[in-house]
Design a protein around this ligand. Structure first.
Ligand code: MG
Length: 402
């Protein structure tokens, strides 16, 4: 036994079929949250814990490619272990892979519980004794019913007193050689239907001590959990409001003709902007700024100029569409600022009409919309009047949770 050396087995072999996440079709542990996989978030908790020295991850044989794409190398992290026919066999494989290192204590943890805290890890480690396992558990708070099925209808058979009922979570902790022995015995005896490792320990005659679970130590089991994880594991981790700032830039060439439109306002001028759509350069820059706040490509990716559908399109459509995407992402536009860069025409006289026009399209209060203008000091292409450029920025607050 390697005293003072502890290990953790992370069980990631499940296919997650109960909670197949539609967006990627990946088992949930390989789905990305804030640029990192759920599995990597879970690994980080143990990598950061000074009293965990080795980490063994059990994966399914088909998931090798996913695993290497979803994890970062770390000295604590051993080569992945291929799981077995069921969870119990997978755990045994993970434990056996640690045999040469013979740690004193081992924790066994679900890959889909990325919120596990240092507090829980230490609480479990400190409660492990020879022949005594440590199990984080939560008392049931709902009334529990025993149901029976009759003619396709579920009815209550009886109400079960809940005083002594608890649900089991992970990490579950054991003396390494105790749990390895128990698992090997269960396997050789053909007892292969235990649903957690504490049950294997109970069967082998160990005491299992319950310790209070941290209520934040949830498991990610469905698509909603995964959506919430984005808030819990990334921005909201530090209670920072999710404020986004996007920027946009566009330029269009001036050509002969009339029909100049800026921010949706027709302007009397002897030239017009050239482009596939109505070439409203200011609205295009603003649309890009809005798309930037939700990291959703740019105006060209949503409305390709190669698509004849957008020929002579009114740019209101682009801006309205970006606003809808922001709404879908639970975003609220709090501010927009557009700068038009040209030698002529003069923008000042049209400024307030432009602000009102943008307000009407975006449904954002006109007091939160700024339109500015500057010349290019007669320098360069814009300075020579060959075109008009526009810059924009947009601020969006994404609202998470309920
Ligand atoms: Mg454009």
């Amino acid at each position: 036994m390697n005293k003072d050396k502890n290990a953790v087995v992370i069980v990631a072999a499940g296919s997650g079929s109960r909670a197949r996440i539609k967006q990627s079709d990946l088992p949930k542990q390989y789905c990305k949250v804030g640029g990192r996989s759920v599995l990597q978030h879970t690994l980080d908790r143990f990598i950061d814990c000074a009293d965990i020295h080795h980490i063994s991850v059990v994966i399914s044989s088909e998931a090798k490619g996913h695993y290497y794409g979803a994890t970062e190398k770390h000295p604590k992290l051993l080569d992945p272990v291929i799981g077995g026919e069921n969870r119990q066999e997978s755990c045994l494989n993970g434990l056996q892979a640690l045999s040469d290192l013979s740690p004193e204590k081992v924790l066994i943890h679900d890959a889909a519980r990325p919120y596990v805290s240092n507090g829980i890890i230490y609480s479990v480690l400190n409660h492990i004794k020879p022949n005594i396992a440590a199990l984080p558990a939560s008392a049931l708070s709902d009334t529990v019913k025993l149901a029976k099925k009759h003619n396709d209808e579920l009815t209550v058979e009886k109400t079960i007193p809940r005083e002594n009922l608890y649900t089991a979570q992970t990490p579950q902790g054991f003396i390494f050689k105790d749990i390895l022995e128990a698992h090997m015995k269960a396997q050789s005896d053909g007892n292969i239907n235990f649903t957690d490792d504490a049950a294997v320990a109970e069967w082998a005659g160990m005491s299992v001590n319950l310790i209070p679970n941290d209520e934040r130590n949830d498991k990610i089991t469905n698509a909603t959990d995964l959506k919430n994880a984005r808030e819990r594991l990334t921005v909201n981790k530090n209670s920072i409001p999710d404020v986004r700032n996007g920027t946009g830039y566009d330029v269009h060439r001036l050509v002969d003709g009339d029909g100049l439109v800026l921010c949706g306002i027709p302007i009397d001028f002897d030239r017009k902007l050239d482009g596939h759509s109505d070439a409203d350069v200011a609205m295009h820059a603003l649309t890009d700024a809005l798309l930037g706040t939700i990291v959703d490509g740019d105006i060209g990716s949503h409305f390709p100029p190669s698509d004849p559908k957008w020929k002579d399109a009114v740019s209101d459509k682009f801006l309205e569409y970006a606003c809808k995407l922001i709404q879908k992402a639970n975003g609220v536009i709090t501010h927009m600022d557009v700068t038009i860069i040209c030698e002529a025409p003069k923008i000042g006289p049209h400024r307030d009409k432009m602000r009102k026009s943008l307000s009407k399209i975006t449904k954002v209060d006109v007091e939160r919309i700024s339109v500015k203008a500057t010349t290019h000091e007669e320098i360069g292409t814009i300075g020579r009047g060959e075109g008009i450029a526009a810059m924009a920025s947009a601020t969006v607050v994404i609202q998470h949770g309920s």
